[in-house]
Every structure is written in C-alpha cells, then in structure tokens.
Design a protein around this ligand. Structure first.
Ligand SMILES: O=C(O)c1cc(=O)[nH]c(=O)n1[C@@H]1O[C@H](COP(=O)(O)O)[C@@H](O)[C@H]1O
Length: 284
C-alpha cells in the first residue's frame, strides 16, 4: 500500500464509511463460487474472480475484506493474486482489511505483523484480523507496528461460529468473561483517539445479545455473519443496540453470488449497505 504519511486507520475508516456507507464487502473466492461464475478452479480463475471484485467494489464501498484462506489454497500463485488484489485498491478510496486471523507467540507475531502491516510488504493492507486467544499481549508486535504505520487491527472477540462461546464466553477466576477482557484491552489502546481508534473488534452479527460492555471501546466493530450465516438488519439492532453507528456489517457469499456481472455484483453490495444505513438512521 501507499508509503508516506497517512491518517491513522480509525480516521481513514471513519472517512470511508462517511463517504461510502457502512459495509465491508467480503471477497471469499470459494471453489463453488468460481464454478458458479463459470471460472476454472485454479489460479487463473481466482485472478478473474478477484479482479472482477476489484472492478465492482473499488471506490464504491468503504472497505473490502479478502479472505486469505481462499487465496492460500492456490499456493504461491494464489498469494500473488492476493497481492495484486490489495494493490488494485490502492488510492481507490476503498480500504482493504486482509482477513488472515493471525495469532501466535510474540516473536512469530512480529513476523506476521511485518508481512501484513509492514511498510513495503506486498501483502500489507490497511488492516488485518487477528486472534487474541493466545493472550491479548501476544498481539503486542502487531499493535505496535499497526500504530507506527497508521494501519489497523480487528481483534476477534465474539465470533459468529457456534463453537466460539466455549472459549470466548468462559469466565476467568475473577468472574470476567474472556471476550470482555479482549474488549477492555482494545479499549485501552483506543483511549483518547478521535474520531475513532484503530483497534477494532470482531463480533459476529449472529451472536445474539453480547452481554459485553462496549461503552469504552472507541473503535470499530466488524460484524460478519451477515447474509449467508443468517444474520439480517434486524439482528444488528438486537446485537449492537446503541453501538450500531460504529458497526461495520460484513457479507461475502450473499453478495458474491450475484457475480460475475460487475454491475449486478456492485448493486448487490450497495443494496446491503443501504439497508444497513436505513436501519441505523431509524434507530438514531
Ligand atoms: O473475521 C472475520 O471476518 C470472521 C469472523 C467471524 O466471527 N465469522 C466470520 O464468518 N468471519 C469471516 O467472515 C466471512 C463470512 O463469509 P460469509 O458467511 O460468506 O458472509 C468469512 O471470510 C469468515 O472467515
């Protein structure tokens, strides 16, 4: 991505959502979607898929989220397509959140941070998803590099899958819900940032009442699970209530199934965005 001075991620995201509305369009090139789009299930088909998404979304939605797994599945040629996709959004006004969900011991985390948040790295994106479930402190190298390079992190808190609560809703010896600890740690990093901090959380739109205190977060909330996993606009109000203005619903398959026609794909994304924005206005 661009070298040189930029605004902090939280500020850039706020501006992008202000201009282009509240939606994170997921780019998840499932083999079944490649087939449905009439593409070959190989790196060539992957590249066509990715570039079609770039054409449909660049400059149109606030942020896109390529899911790294579907690129990695094609080996080094697939990773090269991910690099090309990230570069294609450069200066488009649409930010890129690389969904890599990395989490490891600190010394290894430093290398992941360099790959996805390092200046000059071909995989560097505006933000990445990370997992704090090796302990929030294991993310320190990524937090430090993100801050230095004005990039962002989205830290898993309550994920959209049904297995998540076993870990995320467990309580510490002091009785604090594990996910609340992640919220509080992210909030500490965002304290005092304006208009919004650069350390976001991931809370699935499918999780029901979060029972988390999000009042001091001062950061964005990515809400996947929208569309294909069953969550809809009504769930956003139920799950996030007053925090809805900082929520960024994410949808992948439910939008991507409208391809390969670029206009149909773009219109599908903008329909979701408009439905979310209307719901947020109704509740404000
Ligand atoms: O971090 C994520 O984006 C994520 C977190 C989560 O709790 N649940 C979740 O589904 N995701 C991702 O969001 C996308 C959801 O895709 P769809 O179900 O097709 O909209 C996938 O790329 C998931 O890996």
């Amino acid at each position: 991505m661009t070298a040189g001075p930029r605004a902090p991620f939280g500020e850039r995201l706020t501006a992008a959502v202000g201009t282009r509305g509240p939606l994170c369009a997921g780019i998840d090139p499932h083999a079944s979607l490649l087939e449905q789009w009439g593409l070959s299930v190989d790196a060539k088909g992957l590249e066509r898929f990715a570039m079609t998404c770039a054409e449909a979304f660049a400059g149109e939605v606030a942020i896109v989220k390529p899911q790294s797994a579907f690129f990695e599945a094609h080996g080094s040629a697939g990773v090269a397509v991910l690099e090309k996709l990230i570069a294609s959004f450069l200066d488009s006004g649409t930010l890129v959140l690389a969904d890599v969900k990395r989490g490891d011991i600190g010394s290894t985390m430093a290398a992941y941070a360099q790959a996805y948040l390092g200046e000059g790295s071909p995989l560097a994106a505006d933000a990445v998803t990370v997992s704090p479930y090796l302990g929030f402190g294991s993310l320190d190298p990524a937090l430090a590099l993100a801050e230095r390079n004005e990039r962002g992190l989205f830290v898993l808190a309550l994920t959209s899958n049904k297995e998540g609560p076993q870990v995320q809703r467990a309580r510490s010896e002091e009785g604090v819900v594990v996910a609340q600890t992640m919220v509080d740690e992210a909030a500490a990093h965002n304290e005092g940032a304006a208009p919004l901090g650069s350390v976001g959380l991931v809370i699935g739109a499918t999780v029901g009442r979060t029972e988390l205190d999000l009042s001091r977060l001062n950061g964005p909330i990515l809400a996947p699970g929208f569309g294909a996993q069953g969550a809809g606009v009504d769930d956003l109000a139920k799950v996030f209530g007053d925090h809805l203005p900082h929520v960024l619903p994410a949808s992948s398959r439910d939008i991507l199934r409208h391809g390969p026609d670029v206009t149909a794909l773009r219109d599908a994304a903008l329909r979701v965005r408009d439905a979310v924005a209307a719901q947020a206005r109704q509740l404000s």
